[in-house]
Design a protein around this ligand. Structure first.
Ligand code: ZN
Length: 267
């Protein structure tokens, strides 16, 4: 039998400005109260306790060595598309798959520190590993009953373009009509989080830091709110330099995503 206690926690009511670390343990004080309220320390101290997040690190390092497997056509949500693609890379050869994996790993740590349960759609970033296919990635959040899914990518377009944007699913009857509104909110929260972390909106795709796509299996298969992010343009020298920095991957990209997700999950 648990003692009847309440946990006074300042962090739960604090603004999620950093979204970056566990609440300060020094702020928690166990106090005995006369009212029979039982609050466990774990659930009270962690703002995302009970929340489930899926992170989908885009592509896989071994995709380029498995052309037949990733070229197989799958149902991407009303149309057939390749299982997966190789992703892009910086001019110096830093792969999108490795960038996405690193950001996902940092992001997972930040969300777990806030009490969330976090799943990744792939378990490694290996030159011998490929996939999973976009339909598998898209369904993953459904099977673990996620509250939110974020798919982490980087773009590879003309070098004059830079900055991030968040991709919402288009409304497709029978596919995304159930998650259209929630995913739109998630995209706005993630955009706000990334901006607060210091990332500029992309200077293309309309300049509002948002895009809408109806052809992405990763989004179309989801039955829970989902968003894909292109965190920068790997072909832009400044963006590429930032992406190659471990401190940027943790303290800017992952921190911004964590902040946006925390906002969404605590509404
Ligand atoms: Zn990608």
């Amino acid at each position: 039998m648990l003692p009847v206690v309440a946990l006074a926690v300042t962090a739960c009511s604090a603004s999620p400005t950093s979204g970056t670390s566990a609440p300060p343990t020094g702020a928690a004080r166990l106090v005995v109260r006369s009212t029979p309220t039982v609050v466990t320390a774990a659930s009270a101290a962690k703002p995302l306790a009970g929340r489930v997040v899926v992170i989908d690190p885009g592509h896989n390092l071994g995709n380029s060595r498995h052309a037949a497997q990733i070229g197989r056509l799958v149902n991407a949500g009303g149309s057939r598309k390749p299982c997966n693609t190789t992703g892009t890379a910086t001019a110096s050869g830093y792969p999108e798959a490795t960038f996405a994996w690193s950001v996902a790993t940092y992001l997972k740590a930040r969300l777990v520190a806030q009490g969330a349960t976090v799943y990744l759609t792939r378990s490694s970033n290996s030159a011998s590993a490929w996939g999973p296919c976009v339909d598998v990635r898209g369904r993953f959040g459904n099977t673990v009953h996620a509250d939110a899914v974020v798919s982490v990518h980087a773009d590879g377009t003309a070098s004059r373009f830079h900055g991030f944007f968040a991709i919402r699913p288009a409304r497709k009857q029978g596919w995304t009509d159930d998650i259209y509104t929630g995913s739109g909110r998630l995209a706005l929260d993630v955009r706000a989080g990334l901006q607060a972390a210091g990332l500029p909106r992309a200077n293309y795709n309309g300049g509002d830091g948002l895009d809408t796509r109806g052809d992405l299996g990763t989004l179309n298969w989801s039955n829970v709110p989902t968003v894909m992010v292109e965190l920068g343009n790997m072909k832009n020298a400044t963006d590429a330099a930032h992406m190659r920095s471990a401190s940027w991957r943790d303290s800017v990209y992952a921190a911004g995503l964590a902040r946006g997700l925390a906002t969404f999950l605590r509404r």
